[in-house]
Design a protein around this ligand. Structure first.
Ligand code: NDP
Length: 254
């Protein structure tokens, strides 16, 4: 059955590619954009062009995860249009690379705000509707490095993703009784718009940036394909064990 899906942070990277793949699979997909005018206008146009070209139902919606008002308005618009919402893909993320000691508290706060609190803002808006459906799905894009360390120079980003990962597991336990499944996608590193180099003038930054680009280029498609694969048309989330995209299928406990 065709689902109504919202993907946060769908202007680039695996968010954009996953939204397209899910639309190709026959779902109605809302590509969440931090803005639909100004900075993200080209991505909104690209999504519309893709929808026309491929004859798929891919729409853009303004959804800035740093604003509760924006999250509320986006979810209200989707539910107002379709009377329901089936799947939320928590993909919006922010990553900054640099030596741990170079990060300011403000940078830590922003990493935490986007990667952790952002999911909470969307959940506050979306969960009442998913509960109504009793067959909803929450997909969380986590990271294979939530224990930290590798690749280096991502300390506060990994700490934020670890918090998000923990939040996802706790949510899973709480929402299962409402028929809401959970999938936690755990990609390894890949190059995308989110990899900001360097964070400081530290010489290590430049080396790491170059090594990262060389090692992880071209993997975005692969991760997006896996994400779309585990966001199925019906019922349970499949377990996909892959080197780069691991999915934890949590017990339903209904
Ligand atoms: P991209 O930078 O390509 O995508 C990040 C997306 O998040 C962009 O669409 C960006 O929008 C959006 N975003 C950032 N802040 C906000 C906000 N406040 N509100 C709404 N959207 C926002 O990166 P990736 O595709 O690499 O990242 C996608 C997810 O994958 C992230 O959660 C990331 O943590 C995770 N991940 C990435 C890995 C990697 O190596 N790249 C590895 C493991 C996990 P905008 O265009 O407006 O900036």
């Amino acid at each position: 059955m065709s689902k109504i899906i919202v993907v946060t942070g769908a202007s680039s990277g695996i968010g954009a590619l996953s939204a397209r793949a899910l639309a190709r699979a026959g779902h109605t997909v809302y590509a969440g954009m931090r803005a639909t005018t100004g900075r993200n206008a080209p991505q909104v146009e690209a999504a519309a062009a893709y929808a026309t070209e491929h004859g798929v139902d891919l729409r853009s919606v303004e959804l800035d995860v740093s604003s509760q008002e924006s999250a509320d308005a986006a979810i209200a618009a989707i539910v107002g249009e379709h009377g329901r919402l089936d799947v939320v893909v928590h993909n919006a993320g922010h990553m900054v690379l640099g030596p741990a000691e170079a990060f300011t508290p403000e940078q830590y706060a922003q990493l935490y705000d986007t990667n952790v609190i952002g999911t909470q803002r969307v959940n506050r808006a979306a969960l009442p509707h998913l509960r109504d459906r009793r067959d909803g799905l929450l997909v969380w894009v986590s990271s294979s490095s939530v224990r930290g360390g590798t690749p280096p120079y991502l300390a506060p980003y990994f700490a934020a993703k670890a918090a998000m990962d923990s939040l996802a597991v706790s949510y899973a336990a709480e929402v299962a009784r409402f028929g809401i499944d959970t999938a936690i996608v755990v990609p390894g590193a890949f190059t995308s718009g989110t990899n900001h180099f360097p964070n400081s003038g530290h010489p290590a930054d430049t080396d790491v940036a170059a090594a990262y680009e060389e090692r992880y280029a071209g993997l975005t498609d692969h991760v997006a394909g896996k994400l779309a694969e585990i966001t199925p048309a019906d019922a349970d989330v499949a377990v996909v064990a892959e080197e780069l995209a691991r999915v934890v299928d949590l017990p339903k406990g209904k």
